[in-house]
Design a binder for this molecule. Structure first.
Ligand code: SF4
Ligand code: SF4
Length: 196
């Protein structure tokens, strides 16, 4: 649905949407490089070599509608085909359907996946390192600027853009979740208007 809608947009509108997610992508690069620098070795030793991970369990994550939009904006048609084929041929199991032997099949994995650190990893890397702990807290605060609707945020805007175009999805938590709607109302926000 997202792919179909985006592929029918005029080039200028698509360009504006891509520009709108630029600062979010800068943030994502910062998180990815923090994870790579401080957690890659640990995660590889603890989970990837033994194929047991608390990170990528089936039904273990929440995906926002905006995660899908960002991913489609960044992916090739072929990459989206692979995601759809994977869903169609899912045979169950305990892992997330998108976990492949080369890693996650999403080009930009959902934000909840990106920000997840298990207790073991947090204890080992962050608990005794005040500087790293503080860097991680800063990244968590930056995350909220895109996802947590106590102010106008990108994730709400991207949902609104598709709502205005007549789409609906159970993943539109910023328009559907009673808790998030109450939070928005408490901060004087109605439903956002999408990027023009
Ligand atoms: S964060 Fe924890 S569960 Fe996830 S891969 Fe790293 S060590 Fe494993
Ligand atoms: S979407 Fe990707 S990162 Fe998230 S749980 Fe699935 S395989 Fe893991």
């Amino acid at each position: 649905m997202v792919r179909q809608h985006l592929s029918g947009l005029p080039v200028s509108q698509l360009r504006r949407l891509k520009q709108r997610i630029n600062s979010y992508l800068v943030f994502r690069e910062a998180v990815a490089s923090f994870q790579e620098m401080h957690f890659a070795d640990l995660c590889s030793a603890k989970c990837f070599t033994s194929s047991t991970s608390a990170c990528c369990g089936r039904e273990g994550i929440i995906t926002f509608f905006a995660d899908v939009v960002v991913n489609v904006l960044l992916s090739t048609q072929q990459e989206i085909d692979v995601l759809l084929d994977t869903l169609d041929t899912d045979t169950g199991g305990s892992n997330c359907v998108y976990l492949h032997n080369t890693g996650c099949l999403w080009r930009a994995k959902p934000i909840v996946c990106e920000m997840f650190l298990c207790e073991h990893a947090r204890n080992l890397v962050l608990d005794n390192n005040e500087a790293l702990n503080s860097q991680w807290k800063t990244l968590r605060q930056r995350e909220r600027r895109y996802t947590w609707p106590t102010r106008p945020v990108l994730f709400d805007e991207l949902e609104a853009y598709f709502v205005a175009a007549g789409f609906d999805s159970p993943l539109m938590y910023l328009h559907r979740s009673p808790g998030l709607l109450r939070l928005k109302a408490r901060h004087g926000l109605g439903n956002a208007k999408g990027p023009k």
